[in-house]
Design a protein around this ligand. Structure first.
Ligand SMILES: Cc1cc2nc3c(=O)[nH]c(=O)nc-3n(C[C@H](O)[C@H](O)[C@H](O)COP(=O)(O)OP(=O)(O)OC[C@H]3O[C@@H](n4cnc5c(N)ncnc54)[C@H](O)[C@@H]3O)c2cc1C
Length: 290
């Protein structure tokens, strides 16, 4: 039995049940929009599951200045929208485990998730961990930060990047910062027109077409980098377990930004969470129950 759980116990552990990994139908890693949506749907299906989060529940959406593409809300801050999601999760008595998934391995039909607290074993796994920011060479840079987490009243802020997130962050900082500058390599902003117009209205300085040297020379009290994101599968022992092919019954399901790094939207992530739960239910759990 212990070997089946991917756990090789030492002699005292044979006698000590609490040392054995905790067993679930499903583990969801990440409590951003995708993971929270998966958790709500897993609860609805009556699954024995857990959800783990290493940072702020609500994920990247919590830092969004204004969300204007979430059906049902003309305009709402990311923090407020995610508070609503988290209230829903609380009402359902879903407990988010505040810990980091350090590694995921697969053996004898079960996943073993190692965390900085306890090990967790499951029949199925949903990876809803979002994306990792692309780094720049400045050691003092903050990546897609929550502006409220950085004291910026009366200080200068430099945001590097030209997309939606760069403009969104710059606008958030501009409420209290002394001066905000957005700087980018591209010839012009890639952000949606509404964000660019708002940035101009707020007096944010926009510098375009800079080369690496010119960017490196710019300085400010706070440096923020929003130059892109990438998928990171380093926690998986074997990234080949990732497939959405239906015949691969042991496949890890991806949900949210990590599934499609170029389509980063809350509503899409929510749908992914539900699809992932339906898929693992069909492939990994339903038959085992009947
Ligand atoms: C500034 C900004 C503005 C935005 N504005 C909008 C907008 O207006 N409209 C819109 O639709 N979208 C917007 N987005 C995009 C939206 O926030 C994302 O598409 C959405 O949050 C993706 O959800 P997710 O659950 O896939 O990932 P995330 O929100 O990134 O959540 C992933 C979670 O997984 C956790 N995690 C990662 N690794 C581990 C681990 N090893 N162990 C445990 N936990 C882990 C992370 O801490 C994180 O909380 C914006 C994003 C930003 C940054």
């Amino acid at each position: 039995m212990p070997a089946k759980l991917g756990f090789i116990p030492c002699l005292p552990c044979w006698l000590c049940l609490p040392c054995w990994p905790i067993m679930f139908d499903l583990v969801i890693i990440g409590a951003g929009p995708a993971g929270l949506s998966a958790a709500i749907h897993a609860k609805r299906l009556g699954l024995n599951f857990t959800i783990i989060e290493r940072g702020t529940p609500g994920g990247q959406a919590t830092v969004a200045w204004k969300i204007e593409n979430f059906p049902g809300d003309l305009s709402i801050s990311g923090a407020k929208l995610m508070d609503r999601f988290l209230s829903h999760v609380n009402e359902l008595e879903i407990k988010i485990q505040r810990t980091e998934a350090e590694s995921v391995s697969f053996k004898d039909g079960l996943y073993l998730v190692r965390t900085d607290q306890e090990d967790i074993s499951s029949n199925a796994l949903i990876l809803a961990t979002g994306l990792e920011p692309v780094r720049i060479s400045r050691p003092d840079a903050h990546y897609y930060p929550d502006p409220n987490s950085l004291r910026h009243e009366g200080r200068t802020v430099l945001v590097i990047g030209g997309g939606d997130s760069a403009f969104d962050e710059a606008i958030s900082f501009s409420a209290k910062a002394k001066k905000v500058t957005i700087a980018m390599r591209g010839a012009g902003p890639k952000a949606i027109p509404g964000l660019v117009t708002e940035a101009i209205k707020r007096g944010i300085e926009i510098k375009c077409g800079l080369n690496e040297n010119e960017l490196a020379k710019l300085d400010a009290d706070i440096i923020v980098a929003c130059i892109g994101k990438r998928r990171d599968l380093n926690i998986l022992d074997d990234p080949l377990q990732i497939t959405n092919h239906k015949s691969q019954i042991t496949a890890i399901q991806l949900a949210g930004d990590i599934l499609h790094p170029n389509i980063r939207h809350i509503a899409v992530a929510l749908g992914d969470g539900i699809t992932a739960v339906e898929t693992v239910y069909e492939n990994n759990i339903k038959n085992g129950r009947s």
